[in-house]
Design a binder for this molecule. Structure first.
Ligand SMILES: [Zn+2]
Length: 71
């Protein structure tokens, strides 16, 4: 079972990113997160996962991101 890297919620929809919608929307915003999820899905369908199976620039945690957001 995959789990969200932030809140540890179980991800049951077979998504390609280990982040739930709730946390994804907080970190990237709804539109950006949906774009990321869609891009990863497209990459998988194209068999091009070698450099797309990890999001390397995930903020370490949401609190860090919130602090950045306030600046
Ligand atoms: Zn989450």
């Amino acid at each position: 079972m995959k789990r969200c890297v932030y809140c540890k919620a179980e991800l049951t929809d077979g998504r390609d990113i280990d982040v739930c919608d709730k946390c994804g929307f907080k970190v990237w915003g709804e539109k950006m997160f949906n774009t990321i999820v869609q891009n990863m899905k497209n990459a998988r369908e194209n068999g091009d996962l070698c450099h797309m199976n990890q999001v390397d620039d995930l903020p370490k945690n949401i609190n860090d991101f919130r602090m950045l957001e306030r600046v």
